[in-house]
Design a protein around this ligand. Structure first.
Ligand code: PLP
Length: 395
C-alpha cells in the first residue's frame, strides 16, 4: 500500500498549513490569542451577486456535468474581459475553465513535462510549482530575484544563465506571491523577450492581477504574438474572494487548449456546473472588487507603517497581491535563530503566525518572512505590535 510513485518522496504538501497547526495547538494549550498573518486569501465574503447567481443556478437544476472546457457563456466572458482589460484578442476556443488556478497549473505541467525536463522558477515563488514539476520527474531550476530595500526585481543575467538544452518552461508570476512585487512593465518585457527569443514556453500566473496598488500591471497577454510562447493562468479565488468555490482558467492557443480538454476530461470531467454560472456574474462585480482593493491598500499602508518601526527588520512596500516580505536577517543574526525557529517562537510566545521564507523554497537567503495583510486593520496593528515586542526582547 505504500509503494507510491517514486517521485512522491520529493513532494511536500502545503507547508504553510504547518504553521497554522502549531498556532491551533498554542491557542488550545496556552490560551494565547492567535493573529494570523499566514492567510493566502481575501477575508471578505464572496460578493452577493455571485452567491445569488449560484443559488439561482442550483434552483434551476444546473447541476450536471458541463463540457470539459467549461460553459461557453463563461469562456466567452473571460475572453471579453481579458480583451477589454489588456487589449488582447483572445477567442472563446482559447480558454479552458478549470477547478481553480492550481489545477490549471497542474494541467499545464502534465501536458508538457517529461522526466528530466527543466523548469525555471523564480526564487522565491509559490511553492506548488516546484512540487508538481518534481512529481512529474522534472527538475526545478531557480533564478534568484534581486532584492534591495526598494523591493524585488528580475535578474535577467541570472535567468539567461539558467537556460539549458533541457529547459522546457519558464514560470512567471505577477503580481508575485510571496513578495507582493508588481514587476515593472520593463521586467515583464524582458521575461517575454527571453521566452520568445529562446523558444521556451512562458507559463504566466497572473492570479493577483487585480490587487495592484501603485504602478501599471503589464500582462503577458499584451504582446500580440502571445500565442507563440504563452500559457496564461488566472482564476476567481482572489479577485472575487472565491477561494472555496474552486474556479480558474487557462488561456493559450487553440491546439493547446484542445489537449488540455483531453486531460481535463480524464482527470475531473468538468469544473463544477453552478459555480461556473455564478462566475459569469462575477464580471459584474468590479465595483465590489475595487472597494476591496481600496481596503487592502489601506491595510497595506497600515502594516508597512507599523513594520518599518520594528528594529532588525527591513521591508519594502509591495505594490501588488496582499503580502509583505520583510527581511529579518539582522534580527535573526542577533537572536541566533534561523527563520523557521523564529516563526515558531513568534507563534508560541506571541500568537502571531507568519510564514518563513524557506517555504517558497528560498535560496537567496533564508531571512525573509511572509505576512499577509488580508486581515482587518486593528488586527494588523495588534499583530505588528506583538512582533515589535518580540523583536525588542531579542535585542
Ligand atoms: N497561484 C498563486 C501564485 C497563488 O498564490 C495561488 C493561491 O494561493 C494559486 C495560484 C492558486 O489559486 P486557486 O485557488 O485558484 O487554486
Amino acid at each position: 500500500l505504500l509503494d507510491f510513485n517514486e517521485n512522491m518522496s520529493q513532494v511536500t504538501g502545503e507547508t504553510t498549513l504547518l504553521y497554522k497547526e502549531i498556532a491551533r495547538n498554542v491557542e488550545k494549550t496556552k490560551k494565547i490569542k492567535i493573529i494570523d498573518f499566514g492567510i493566502g486569501q481575501p477575508d471578505l465574503p464572496t460578493f452577493k451577486r455571485i452567491r445569488d447567481a449560484a443559488k439561482e443556478a442550483l434552483d434551476q437544476g444546473f447541476t450536471f456535468y458541463t463540457s470539459a472546457f467549461g460553459i461557453d457563456e463563461l469562456r466567452e466572458k473571460i475572453a471579453q474581459y481579458l480583451n477589454t482589460r489588456y487589449g488582447a484578442d483572445v477567442r472563446k476556443e482559447e480558454v479552458i475553465v478549470t477547478p481553480g488556478a492550481k489545477p490549471a497549473l497542474f494541467l499545464v505541467f502534465i501536458l508538457y513535462i517529461n522526466p528530466g525536463d527543466e523548469v525555471i522558477l523564480p526564487d522565491p515563488s509559490f511553492y506548488s510549482y516546484a512540487e508538481v514539476v518534481k512529481l512529474l520527474g522534472g527538475k526545478p531550476i531557480y533564478t534568484n530575484l534581486k532584492w534591495s530595500k526598494e523591493g524585488f526585481s528580475i535578474d535577467v543575467d541570472d535567468l539567461q544563465s539558467k537556460i539549458s538544452k533541457r529547459t522546457k518552461m519558464i514560470v512567471f508570476n505577477n503580481p508575485h506571491n510571496p513578495t507582493g512585487t508588481l514587476f515593472s512593465p520593463n521586467d515583464v518585457k524582458k521575461i517575454v523577450d527571453i521566452s520568445r527569443d529562446n523558444k521556451i514556453i512562458l507559463l504566466s500566473d497572473e492570479i493577483y492581477d487585480n490587487f495592484v496598488y501603485e504602478g501599471k500591471m503589464r500582462s503577458t497577454l499584451e504582446d500580440s504574438d502571445w500565442r507563440d510562447f504563452l500559457i496564461y493562468v488566472n482564476g476567481f479565488s482572489k479577485t472575487f474572494s472565491m477561494t472555496g468555490w474552486r474556479l480558474g482558467y487557462i488561456v493559450a492557443k487553440r491546439e493547446i487548449i484542445q489537449k488540455m480538454g483531453v486531460l481535463a476530461a480524464n482527470i475531473y470531467t468538468a469544473p463544477t456546473s453552478f459555480v461556473q454560472k455564478a462566475a459569469v456574474k462575477a464580471f459584474d462585480t468590479f465595483d465590489e472588487v475595487n472597494e476591496m482593493v481600496k481596503l487592502f491598500k489601506k491595510r497595506r499602508d497600515v502594516m508597512y507603517d507599523q513594520l518599518i518601526k520594528v528594529k532588525g527588520i527591513e521591508v519594502s512596500k509591495p505594490n501588488g497581491a496582499f503580502y509583505m516580505f520583510p527581511n529579518a536577517g539582522k534580527l535573526l543574526k542577533i537572536s541566533g535563530l534561523d527563520v523557521k525557529s523564529f516563526a515558531i517562537r513568534l507563534i508560541e510566545e506571541k500568537g502571531v503566525v507568519t510564514i518563513p521564507g524557506e517555504v517558497f523554497p528560498l535560496n537567496i537567503g533564508k531571512e525573509f518572512l511572509r505576512l499577509s495583510f488580508a486581515v482587518n486593520e486593528e488586527v494588523i496593528r495588534e499583530g505588528v505590535q506583538k512582533i515589535r515586542e518580540f523583536a525588542e526582547q531579542m535585542m
